[in-house]
Design a protein around this ligand. Structure first.
Ligand code: ADP
Ligand code: MG
Length: 284
C-alpha cells in the first residue's frame, strides 16, 4: 500500500490550552495515495487539529507526521510539503484574496514561482476542473457559497498538489453548494487521482468515502469502510455520531415490518431494496 501521509503516534497540545488537555492523543494513521478518506467526529474531537498537522500548519507535540516521507517538523521541507498537500477551509469568505476569480486561482502558483505562461494554463485547467471556467472574470463576492468554495478548490488544484484536505468545507454553504463541492472532490479523486481527505459532519458525505476515520476526544475511535463503521451502532452512540438519514429511514421501514437487508446507507440503496421487497411480496 502506497502511503501519501503517515502519522506516527502523534499527540498535539495547544500552548494556550489551560489544563494542557491534548487535542490529539497518540494518533497513528495513514492516508493512502488516491483514496477518498472521510474524517468524522463530534465538535472538538480534533479534526481541524489533525487537518493542520497534515500540511505543517501545526507541528506535532509528540510523534511524527510524514508527507511522502518528508518530516513536517523539518523547516526546510515545509515548502515541498505545502506543494503536495493543499487545504480548503470552512469559511469560503476567508479564503478568497483577489477581486477577480482567475487572479485568486493564480495566487497559489504565483507564490510557488511558476512561470506566467504556465500559470495561465494552470488557472484555466483548474477552473475547468471545478466547473467555474465561465466565471473566470467574475468578482468572487458575487458568487454563491458553493461557487466560492469551488474557486478555493481551483486555487489548490492550480498548485498541482497531490492531496487536498477539506476541513468542513461544506459546513457553511447551502445544500446545492454542498453537493457541488462534494461532487467536485469526488471527481478530482476519481478522474485526476488526487488524494482527498474530507473532514465533515455530514454523514451523507462520509458514506461516499472509500474509508472513514472516526475521531473521539483526540483519539482514533474507529477506522474502516463506511459499511463497517456505520454498522457499529454502539460506536456511533459512544462517539456522539448519527446514522446517515437513509440508514435511519431503512431502520424505520424495517421496524414497520418490511424486511430490508442490513447496511443500507444511501437513498439509492434504500430505494432499490424497497423495490426488491415489493417485488418479492408481489405488490408491484
Ligand atoms: P474539531 O475540528 O473536531 O471541532 P479541533 O481540532 O478544532 O476539533 O479542537 C480540538 C480541541 O482543541 C478542542 O478541545 C478545542 O477546544 C481545542 N482547540 C482548538 N483550537 C485551539 C486553539 N487555537 N487554542 C487552544 N485550544 C484549541
Ligand atoms: Mg474543526
Amino acid at each position: 500500500m502506497d502511503k501519501i501521509i503517515e502519522l506516527k503516534n502523534v499527540s498535539f497540545v495547544y500552548d494556550t490550552q489551560e489544563e494542557q488537555k491534548p487535542a490529539l492523543r497518540n494518533v497513528s494513521l495513514d492516508v493512502r495515495r488516491g483514496e477518498f478518506l472521510a474524517v468524522i467526529g463530534h465538535n472538538g474531537s480534533g479534526k481541524s487539529t489533525l487537518a493542520k498537522l497534515l500540511n505543517a500548519i501545526l507541528l506535532p507535540t509528540e510523534g511524527q507526521v510524514l508527507v511522502e516521507g518528508m518530516d513536517t517538523a523539518d523547516e526546510d521541507l515545509v515548502y515541498e510539503i505545502r506543494r503536495r498537500v493543499g487545504m480548503v477551509f470552512q469559511n469560503p469568505d476567508n479564503q478568497i484574496v483577489a477581486t477577480i476569480v482567475e487572479d485568486d486561482v493564480a495566487f497559489g502558483p504565483e507564490n510557488l514561482g511558476v512561470p506566467p505562461a504556465e500559470i495561465r494554463q494552470r488557472v484555466d485547467d483548474a477552473l475547468r476542473a471545478v466547473g467555474m471556467y465561465e466565471f473566470r472574470g467574475a468578482e468572487p463576492h458575487k458568487l454563491s457559497g458553493g461557487q466560492k468554495q469551488r474557486v478555493a478548490v481551483a486555487g489548490v488544484i492550480a498548485m498541482r498538489t497531490d492531496c487536498i484536505i477539506f476541513d468542513e468545507s461544506t459546513a457553511m454553504i447551502d445544500p446545492k453548494g454542498r453537493r457541488e463541492v462534494l461532487e467536485t472532490a469526488k471527481r478530482l479523486c476519481r478522474e485526476m487521482g488526487i488524494t482527498v481527505v474530507m473532514i465533515t459532519h455530514f454523514m451523507e458525505e462520509a458514506v461516499q468515502a472509500d474509508r472513514v476515520v472516526v475521531l473521539d476526544s483526540g483519539r482514533v475511535a474507529a477506522e474502516g469502510v463506511p459499511s463497517e463503521v456505520f454498522a457499529d451502532s454502539a460506536l456511533l452512540r459512544r462517539t456522539g455520531l448519527e446514522l446517515p438519514f437513509a440508514a435511519k429511514l431503512a431502520g424505520k421501514i424495517r421496524t414497520a415490518g418490511v424486511p430490508l437487508p442490513d447496511g443500507l446507507l444511501t437513498p439509492d440503496s434504500v430505494a432499490d431494496a424497497l423495490f426488491a421487497a415489493a417485488q418479492e411480496a408481489e405488490v408491484i
